[in-house]
Design a protein around this ligand. Structure first.
Ligand code: AMP
Length: 270
């Protein structure tokens, strides 16, 4: 912390990209945006224990710090902050929790997950003192949670949400894609294809329930387990029936024991 504090002292524009490492093109895109918009770019590499449930993949989460440092340096990152757990959680007495937005979807499937996320991001904000912070729309509910935290706590930080970077066949890039076998990884491209078709049908019909059900059936028939597939307001993360100028289509589909999240815009202009 003391090294970090002296490195950032007096800097007029700091961009922070919080990550859990195992970097891929999605993370690098956030870093490129931060590089374009700030004098100093800080990337945190921290696999945050408090956002994993007791039966989740905290211990097997991919860790490759040496590779991550080279990747971050290749896009011009100035500071890589990879603190030990004890430094981030000296007392473990403080938690930030965000209500309502976390009641459904990932919040319902993973109790305590978003309190872990909000707490660690709040801590990273205090530690790194960024002027701007960069998050991927891949984790749409996480974006809504962080936005609510920043608004409700009056944090003087500008949030930037960056579009999803995909593999060539459409699968949203994710560190957890490494858990898929090659055949499933190929097959997982069907998630994006289904979202695209479903969004187009909702935009055309201006109504969602039948189209959502068709898309769920389509994924299930291809061997996916569908945890949820809904049309939502991206700020409140509540389901809506009719598309509007902000609505997004979100999905969590399971394949080979891996939960794959994705979402796309399903906006209409009136
Ligand atoms: P993680 O290391 O998975 O916690 O992700 C760190 C940040 O990268 C989060 O803000 C994610 O939303 C973002 N991110 C992960 N995958 C992608 C992607 N495919 N496209 C854009 N951003 C992403």
């Amino acid at each position: 912390m003391s090294e970090l504090r002296s490195a950032i002292a007096g800097c007029k524009s700091i961009g922070l990209v919080p990550t859990m490492g195992a970097l891929h093109e999605g993370h690098l895109e956030l870093m490129r945006r931060a590089r374009d918009e700030n004098e100093l770019v800080v990337v945190s590499l921290f696999v945050n224990p408090t956002q994993f449930g007791p039966n989740e993949d905290f211990t097997k989460y991919p860790r490759q710090e040496g590779v991550d440092v080279s990747l971050a340096e290749s896009v011009g990152v100035d500071i890589i902050f990879a603190p030990p757990v004890e430094e981030v959680y000296p007392l473990r007495l403080v938690t930030i929790s965000v209500a309502e937005i976390t009641s459904l979807f990932e919040g319902a499937v993973r109790p305590g997950h978003f309190a872990g996320v909000a707490t660690v991001v709040g801590k990273l904000f205090h530690m790194c003192q960024p002027h701007r912070a960069y998050f991927g729309l891949k984790d749409l509910q996480q974006c809504a949670v962080i936005q609510a935290m920043v608004t409700d706590l009056w944090l003087p930080i500008e949030l930037k949400f960056v579009e999803i970077v995909r593999e060539s066949h459409g699968l949203a890039r994710s560190s957890r894609n490494e858990y898929l076998n090659p055949e499933d990884r190929q097959k997982a491209g069907a998630i994006y294809a289904t979202l695209v078709d479903c969004a187009a049908a909702i935009q055309r019909t201006k109504s969602s329930s039948i189209e959502l059900e068709k898309a769920r059936i389509k994924l299930t028939s291809q061997g996916f387990g569908v945890d949820y597939l809904e049309l939502v307001n991206p700020d409140s993360m509540q389901p809506i029936d009719q598309p509007d100028e902000k609505s997004r289509l979100i999905v969590c589909a399971r394949l080979g024991g891996v939960r794959l999240l994705d979402n796309i815009s399903c906006a209409i202009t009136n």
